[in-house]
Design a protein around this ligand. Structure first.
Ligand SMILES: NC(=O)c1ccc[n+]([C@@H]2O[C@H](COP(=O)([O-])OP(=O)(O)OC[C@H]3O[C@@H](n4cnc5c(N)ncnc54)[C@H](O)[C@@H]3O)[C@@H](O)[C@H]2O)c1
Length: 416
């Protein structure tokens, strides 16, 4: 075999993994059908930001790439890191995985191991094993190996966590778990063997837990508006010196994982609706903010609103499934004049100063470090109108107000 491992899908999950395998001395083939992505890699360039990854790529040198999934069979170990979106009617979209399986089918031989690293609905690993068995007659777990080894690393933390986070492996049949566990043992983190469906459930419920936890302060924020209460003060009352507290802070809760992974439980749920409600709460935060602005400012038609942050979370350049886009669409539907600034994303945006100058309102959509603290507030106060409304669901400025007028919070945060 020409390679030790092939990684199919060089996205936010697959590419850092491929480079890290190369860093551990494995011969790696990366596969992606996006010409821009493979072109960047041929030039030794990361196509997106991931902490420390460009430096690692510079060190290990360009990895071999191909745009043909069938080439993956040149390695005994094949890792699938393709996208697994959800259809809008709540059902996993397996089309990327199905397409690659069909390309690979005729090229698989005894000894090949297929790892599903993508996030998948319960039962998908067994489906893939069954597909190979049905179409090629393999005895899975004896002559070809199939396992789920879910990615649980947060964006921006890959190099911190790949060597420490327990690596869950759910293998099909007798030896799949062992064979795939050996591949991932190069990273030195504990390998935790389980069944395929338990690995699938563990991954999606890791994300459901976070998605649900963040929905609670978001709902509380809306409750507080209704009762004219301050959400940050209520959260402080819940948590402070109380051993069973732990309410998180409100904010925009989405991103390519949290926004859809709940659907992989919801599609076959015995209690349908519960997680949909969680999603609806998080999804309604942008509308809640727009309505709160209208209550305080009157109609937004022709008013300048600066949106700070397009990325789905602080410090990343990933704007996929970010609620900032939804916020902007809602503001545009109110006929507001929207200006946008984000120092991280590749989408061109205005400078901070141009975005906030003469703004009637400024919304902190992403809590990037650059925006936070008294200096961020000062830059807003310098540029925006005196009576500009500052909307800060993250409490970036420490003023403890979701909605406040700039001069009001400047006075609060100026206090010693
Ligand atoms: N992004 C994250 O932080 C994260 C974290 C944990 C788990 N996950 C899961 O990992 C999986 C991958 O996520 P991602 O964010 O890296 O996705 P992505 O969309 O960034 O990457 C998928 C890649 O696969 C490529 N691709 C699609 N079809 C192909 C084909 N037929 N042949 C070759 N390449 C093809 C695409 O061009 C893309 O580069 C998903 O299941 C996701 O839910 C993502």
């Amino acid at each position: 075999m020409d390679y030790d491992v092939s990684v199919i899908g060089l996205g936010r999950v697959g590419l850092p993994l491929a480079i890290s395998f190369a860093d551990r001395g494995l011969r790696v083939l990366g596969i992606d059908n996006d010409a821009e992505r493979t072109g960047a890699l041929r030039d030794g360039r990361m196509p997106f930001a991931e902490t420390g990854m460009q430096e690692l790529l510079d060190r290990v040198g360009p990895i071999d790439v191909s745009d043909r999934a069938a080439d993956a069979a040149q390695a005994q170990q094949i890792v699938i890191t393709l996208g697994t979106p959800s259809f809008s009617h709540i059902e996993i979209d397996l089309s990327q995985i199905r397409a690659v399986l069909d390309d690979l089918l005729g090229h698989l031989q005894p000894g090949h191991a297929l790892t599903l690293r993508s996030t998948i609905a319960p039962g998908t690993t067994d489906f893939v094993a069954g597909y190979l068995e049905k179409h090629r007659g393999f005895d899975i777990g004896r002559d070809v190996f199939v396992a789920h080894a879910p990615e649980r690393i947060a964006a921006g933390r890959f190099l911190d966590e790949i060597g420490t986070l327990p690596c869950i492996v759910g293998g099909v049949g007798e030896r799949s778990g062992q064979v795939v566990g050996e591949l991932f043992s190069v990273f030195g983190a504990p390998i935790v063997q389980t069944t395929p469906v338990q690995a699938e459930l563990a991954k999606i419920w890791t994300n459901i837990l976070r998605y649900t936890m963040f929905a609670l302060p978001n709902l509380l924020m809306m409750d507080c508006e209704q009762y004219d209460a301050n959400v940050f003060e209520v959260i402080d009352l819940i948590n402070k010196d109380y051993p069973r507290g732990g309410m998180p802070q409100p904010g925009f809760t989405a991103g390519t994982c949290l926004r859809k992974d709940f659907a992989f439980s919801e599609e076959r749920s015995r209690a349908p609706g519960m997680l949909l409600a969680v999603s609806r709460v998080n999804e309604s935060v942008p509308l809640f903010l727009v309505q709160g602005m209208i209550r305080r400012m009157g109609p937004l038609k022709g008013r300048k609103v600066a949106v700070l942050g397009l990325a789905f979370k602080a410090g990343t350049d990933d704007e996929r499934d970010s609620l900032s886009h939804k916020l902007i669409r809602l503001l545009e539907r109110e006929l507001a004049d929207v200006a946008v600034h984000d120092p991280h994303v590749s989408t061109p945006t205005q400078s901070f100063e141009d975005a906030v100058i003469d703004a009637d309102a400024v919304v902190l959509a992403t809590n990037h470090a650059e925006f936070c603290g008294p200096s961020g507030l000062r830059r807003i106060a310098d540029g925006a109108r005196n009576q500009a409304l500052v909307v800060d669901p993250w409490d970036c400025f420490g003023a403890g107000q979701v909605f406040a007028f700039a001069d009001e919070i400047s006075a609060v945060t100026a206090r010693p």
